[in-house]
Ligand binder design. Structure first.
Ligand SMILES: [Zn+2]
Length: 117
């Protein structure tokens, strides 16, 4: 039995895939073990992860030309919403802005020392 990896799109034997939640039909991950290792290493390193394949520029262009009216309509609605947007009904109270935290005071002192060196 083989399975196609969703990431590298290579057909590999089932043992190349880790077990997954039971709700999956075959009980296996979508990525092969090699791709999963890369994924987890990237995640651990705090790197940027794209779960979905990025949409090609051509596909975006096709969408734009096909849905010109829809996009224009959306933009118009968005601009209208922006124009009529009300200010925040619950602004932060004055004291919240004025009160400096201990850390702020420390930072300020530190900065002044650095500037006067
Ligand atoms: Zn793979």
């Amino acid at each position: 039995m083989t399975k196609k990896c969703n990431k590298c799109e290579k057909v590999k034997p089932r043992c190349e895939f880790s077990l997954r939640a039971l709700c999956k039909k075959d009980g296996l991950q979508n990525r092969c073990k090699a791709c999963a290792a890369v994924y987890h290493a990237t995640r651990k390193a705090g790197g940027f992860i794209t779960l979905r394949k990025p949409r090609s520029a051509e596909a975006s262009k096709r969408y734009r030309t096909k849905n010109t009216d829809k996009i224009r309509e959306y933009q118009r609605a968005y601009q209208a919403r922006k124009r009529t947007a009300k200010p925040n009904p619950n602004p932060k109270p004055d004291y919240y802005v004025r009160t400096k935290t201990k850390q702020d005071k420390h930072d300020e002192l530190y900065r002044s020392i650095l500037l006067n060196m």
